[in-house]
Design a protein around this ligand. Structure first.
Ligand SMILES: NC(=O)c1ccc[n+]([C@@H]2O[C@H](COP(=O)([O-])OP(=O)(O)OC[C@H]3O[C@@H](n4cnc5c(N)ncnc54)[C@H](OP(=O)(O)O)[C@@H]3O)[C@@H](O)[C@H]2O)c1
Length: 259
């Protein structure tokens, strides 16, 4: 990855931070997009310490705000002559109904609309840097039966999946690929929000409560395997993989029926 420029949203914790570490170790310049300056600076210092890389740039943006995403894209286009990898990883399961600065349900605004807007604003740069890759960190949530407790999160990820699938078709032949990946069930920072949301739903969260119990009992899936999958999509395998829903058990050969 030496000489490559890779942008990771939500890079201060969980999958985003571990992915940034993986990319930095491979020699890439990593643009760490975080919404909180202090958390971003702490993460950059950790990643620098862990990898020895000095090619780590912190960019501040709230992915749930159109204005903030537009400013981020403008900054990237102004400062960087190429973008080889875009990883839309930032995501949340906001525990209660909250509206974004633009008046949109927060989970949908941050998980989907911000990622879609950023992707479209950076598409020319990705195309001019081809071969390049888009990896959207999504979820298997929309594959489960609809439930009030999962409605905003499931909607946001279903939209991200569909957007990626159609974008990939548009990108055929450009040297840019776009895929979504489900990382598994990981006890990252967002786990507490997920648990609270499901506990607060009472009877409405029953099916999901079993899932929470299972992850608590088993400790959840391995973050390492999720990061390996992201890095696989950026390597040789990624060049042949476009418009797919991938998860750590393997790359799904055909789009799943409900995404
Ligand atoms: N953990 C799982 O089991 C699981 C399962 C399926 C899918 N996923 C997906 O995996 C991705 C990463 O999640 P994670 O498990 O690594 O959780 P995490 O540790 O909570 O990391 C989420 C990251 O996204 C950032 N973020 C959230 N909303 C943002 C916004 N509006 N603007 C900018 N940054 C924002 C967070 O920043 P702050 O620190 O400032 O909040 C944090 O850096 C998410 O898209 C999530 O939906 C996770």
């Amino acid at each position: 990855m030496t000489g490559k420029t890779c942008l990771v949203t939500g890079a201060n914790s969980g999958i985003g931070k571990e992915t940034a570490i993986g990319l930095a170790r491979m020699g890439a310049r990593v643009l760490l997009v975080c919404r909180n300056q202090k958390k971003g600076e702490d993460a950059r210092a950790d990643i620098e310490r862990e990898t020895g890389s000095s090619r780590l740039d912190l960019l501040i943006a709230d992915m749930s705000s159109f204005g903030s995403v537009r400013a981020l894209a403008a900054q990237v286009r102004q400062r960087y002559s190429r973008l080889d990898v875009l990883i839309n990883n930032a995501g949340a399961a906001v525990p209660s109904r909250t509206l974004s600065a633009d008046g949109i349900e927060m989970t949908v605004a941050g998980n989907y609309l911000g990622a879609a807007l950023l992707t479209f604003l950076l598409l020319d740069l990705l195309k001019s840097s081809a071969p390049s890759r888009i990896v959207n960190v999504s979820s298997a949530a929309p594959l489960y039966p609809p439930a009030a407790v999962n409605s905003a999160y499931g909607t946001s990820k279903a939209a991200l999946n569909q957007m990626t699938r159609h974008l990939a078709a548009e990108l055929e032949g450009t040297g840019v690929t776009a895929n979504v990946m489900h990382p598994g069930s990981l006890k990252t920072e967002m786990w507490a929000d997920m648990k609270r949301r499901i506990a607060d739903a009472g009877a409405g969260g029953e099916g999901h409560a079993d899932w929470i119990d299972m992850v608590e009992r088993t400790g959840g899936d391995s973050t390492d395997r999720a990061i390996e999958l992201v890095l696989e999509l950026l390597g040789e395998e990624g060049a042949e993989t476009n418009g797919r829903f991938c998860w750590p058990a393997g790359i799904v050969e055909e789009p799943l029926p409900s995404w």
